[in-house]
Write a protein that binds this ligand. Sequence first.
Ligand code: GTP
Length: 707
Amino acid sequence: MSAGAAVDPAGSPGADASHADFATLFDFLPIGAYRSLPDGTQLRANPALVRLNGYRSEAELLAAVHDIGREWYVEPDRRAEFCARMERDGHVTGFVSEIWRHGSRERIWISENAHVVRDAAGRLLFYEGTVEEITDRVQAQAALRRSEEELRLLTAQLPGVLYRLLVTPSGQRRYTFVSEGVRELCGVTPQQVMDDPELPLRLVHPEDVPVVADHLSSPEAARRPIDAVFRIVAADGRVKWVQMSSSAASVDERGTLRVGVMVDISERKQAEALIWQQANFDALTGLPNRRMLRDRLEQAIRQCRRDGSRLAVLFVDLDHFKQVNDTVGHAKGDLLLVEAARRIVGCVREVDTVARFGGDEFTVVLGGLRDTLRAGEIAQHIVQALGQAYDLAGETAFVSASVGITLHPDDAHDIEDLLKYADQALYVAKDAGRNRVSHFTPELQQAAVTRSRLAKDLRAALAEGQLHLAYQPIVALGSGAVHKAEALLRWRHPVRGPVPPGDFIPIAESTGLIVDIGDWVFREAVRQVQAWRARLCPDFQLSVNKSPVQFVNGGGRHDWIALLRQAGLPGQCVVLEITESLLLDAASGVSEQLLALRDAGIGVSLDDFGTGYSSMAYLQHYDIDHLKIDQRFVRHLGPGSKELALCKAIIVMAHELGMTVIAEGVETAAQRDLLAAAGCDYGQGYLFARPMAPADFEAWLAARPPA
Ligand SMILES: Nc1nc2c(ncn2[C@@H]2O[C@H](COP(=O)(O)OP(=O)(O)OP(=O)(O)O)[C@@H](O)[C@H]2O)c(=O)[nH]1
C-alpha cells in the first residue's frame, strides 16, 4: 500500500470487459485488496481495505498514505521482512502483523497474502495482495494463551497431574494441557506428553495395562467417567500407585474433551498394606492371626466341599507357659514363642495354615486330608518338636505342649464349631496331664455343654443357698482325740441333686467364682469353729481349702485375717489347705500371702503331698505347718510295701522340718495302725467318719468313747 495516484489502477484507457469484471470483484471483495510499489507507494485500495484503514473512499486513503512501510506496521521491521520475502519468493502467504489502522491510529492485527507482479520482460511492476483483519482471532488466541499460562501456573504447585485430553471421533488422542506435576509423578515433561499422546500409556505398569485399556477401548468409552487405581513405572524406574479420575467435559464434532487428574497414592497404598498386615498377621511371630485364620479356614472348608477331602483343626497350646515368662522374663518368653511358631511351621506342609490364635496358643489347619490319621501323626510331631530345648539368648528353657484335634466334616461343619471342638479337645489334653494330643469326641461336647450349664447354675447356687459345708474329722492317731476337722464344700443342685466337688470346683476356678465361694466358705467355717470352740472343745480347729486361683491378685476380696479378728478368734482356729501347684507360682505374691497368714497364727497345710511336684525346696522355702499324705499312698499301705516306706520317709522328713503329718483316705484299721506305728500324727478317712453335716458331726463326736 502506498500514496500517490500516478498509475491508472484499472490499466490503460480502453481496457477490455475482463478488466471491468475484475474491477467489480475488486470492489466487492469482503477482504481488503491492494496494489502498491516496493517503495511503499500505494496504488490502489478496494473498499474493504479503505474501511479497514478507517477511511471513507479510496481517494481519501490514497491521499492520506505516503509510505506504507513506515506508516502501517507497528513493528517497522515488518515491512522490510515483507519486502525481503516478496523479493526472495515472489509472494507471501498468511503474513500476520500488527498494524495501525491508518485513519484512526488504532492497533489491529492483519493477515496478508501478496505476490509480485512483473511485466513481460520480468521487470517488477507492483505488489498485489489481500489484507484480512484478524484482530478478534489474535486476541482470542492471546486470551487462550494467557488462560493456558494461568492454568499452568495455577496447577504447577498442585500435587499430581491435571490434564485435558481430546479424543477425536476416530479415537485419536491429543493432550491439550498437562500440568507441571507430571514431571514429579512420571518423570516426563508436559510437552513430552503433548507431543507424544501414547507416552502416558507406555508408563502404565504392564500388569495394570488391562485396567486402563478398558477405558480406551472405544469412542463411547471415552465419554464415560473413569476412576481407576493402577501402577505406573516412572521414567526413573520407580513403581508408583496412582489414582486417576477423569470425565468428559464436552462432546462436539471435534471429539470428546476429557479433563482428569492423576495423583500419587503410593503412601496411602503402603499404609493400607501395613494396616492390612497388622490386621491379619501377628506382629511377634509373623504368623496369620485369628482373623486371617478364619479366612483361611473358610477357604479350606470350601475346598473340602469341592473335592470331598477333609481337614483337621489343631489347637496347640504351650503348657505352663506362664512359668517360662516368670522364670526367664517376658522378652525371652517372646523368643520362645517365635521359635515355637517356627517349629510348628516346620511340621506342616506349605499349603497348611499355622496361625497364632493368641498368647501361647497356635492353630493349625491341615487341608486336603485323605487320611485323618495323618492329623494325629502331625500333632504328635508338633508336640515332640515343641518339647525340644529352647536356646533363649543363651538361656536354655523347656516347655511342653498340648494339642486338641477336630475334623471337618466328621466332627463339625462350620468354623465356630470346629474352633470350639478343637478347644474342647485341647482342654481334655491339658486335663489329662498336658504334653499330649487329644481328639474331639461327641462326648466331649456333651461334657462341655454340661460344664457350661453347671457354670451358669453355680452362679445362682451361692445366692440361693444351695452350697453347704460338710465336716470330716481329723483324728489324732496316738490318742484318738478329735480336735480338728476339714470343712468340705458341697453343692446340692435343685434338679441334679448332689454335684461331686470334682465336677464343680474346677468350674468355679475357671470362672473365677471360686473367689466369692471361697469367701463364703471361710466365713461359714469361722462361724462353725466359733460355735464348736464354745460347745465342743476350746482349741477346735477347722481346715479350709484355698484354691490357687484365690491367691491371684492379692488373695480375694475379703481380708480373712480381719474377719477372724472381728469374730474374736485366734488365727490358730483355722488351717488353710493349699496344693503344691500353688507353690510353683512364684509370681502371684504367694510367698507374701503365706507369711501374712503365719504372722496371724493361721496354719498352712500342704494337701495331696506326694502327687505333684513335691519339691523339697518348697518345704524349705515356705512356712508349712502340716503335710497331708495323699490317699493314693495310704490306700496301698501294707507291711513292707513301698508305700509304707514312702510314708515313713515323709513322716520323718516332716517331723525334722517341724511339721505335723496327716494321712488322708484312711479306710481300714490296718492302715491306721501302720500309720500310727510310723509316727503319723493324724488320720482322716472313712474308717473314722465320712464328711458330715454339723449336727451329725456333733452326734458322731458325742457317740465316741472319750480319748
Ligand atoms: N512372653 C509372652 N507371653 C505371653 C504373650 N501372650 C501371652 N503370654 C503369656 O502366656 C501365658 C498363657 O497362659 P495360659 O495359656 O493361660 O496358661 P499356661 O501358663 O500356658 O498354662 P496352661 O495353658 O494351662 O498349660 C500367660 O502368662 C500370658 O501372660 C506374649 O506375646 N509374649
